[in-house]
Design a protein around this ligand. Structure first.
Ligand code: APR
Length: 169
């Protein structure tokens, strides 16, 4: 039985087997969660991301996919980088957002991660409306078989926390 938990806080201060990063396709860092993870995790994470770009992901990590690296100085064993879709009012990209959660859980399972912490993917720079993103996130993790014992959503502010609480029902 997998517990789904909500936490108000900074994902880079969480202890978990795997912390999920809201990355971009370059895997070379950015702002928001991405910036915080690289800042607190240290250069080892970026070094591994660069190696991934030089090998498996020469053209970058495609939207909706996930890949793991070391967690560097973070209180975790791995960082799972996933690339969320940019919100679009014209095109329904929700399958890609769902894929971020599904693929991150698949990678976590391959690693044997028992606790997985997620941010609210795509709800910052990528502008996805929070309530809809929370609905997609929770629907997806609830319908994805996983060996994880805990799936923790780490929400950075109260509106996000309240949105996830509403969707948790
Ligand atoms: N811990 C937890 N949540 C955080 C943190 C943090 N330290 N920092 C930001 N957030 C929240 C934001 O408030 C937002 O709700 O994470 C959510 C996702 O926001 P972003 O980090 O902007 O990620 P996203 O919207 O997926 O955009 C990804 O932004 O940072 C760049 O390199 C990244 O290009 C990529 C894009």
């Amino acid at each position: 039985m997998t517990a789904i938990t909500l936490v108000l806080g900074d994902i880079t201060r969480q202890r978990a087997d795997a912390l999920v990063n809201a990355a971009n396709s370059s895997l070379l860092g950015g702002g928001g969660v991405d910036g915080a993870i690289h800042r607190r995790g240290g250069p080892a994470i970026l070094q591994e991301c660069r190696r991934l770009r030089a090998s498996r992901y020469g053209r970058g990590l495609p939207t909706g996919q996930a890949v793991a690296t070391t967690a560097g100085n973070l209180d975790a064993r791995w960082v799972i980088h996933t690339v969320g879709p940019v919100y679009s009012a014209e095109e329904d990209r929700s399958p890609l957002l769902a894929s971020c959660y599904r693929e991150s859980l698949r990678v976590a399972g391959e690693l044997g991660a028992r606790t997985v912490a997620f941010p609210a993917i795509s709800t910052g720079v990528y502008r996805w409306p929070m309530d809809d993103a929370a609905r997609i996130a929770l629907e997806t993790v609830r319908s994805t078989p996983t060996t994880a014992e805990e799936i923790r959503f780490v929400l950075f502010d109260t509106p996000a926390y309240e949105a996830f609480t509403r969707q948790l029902g």
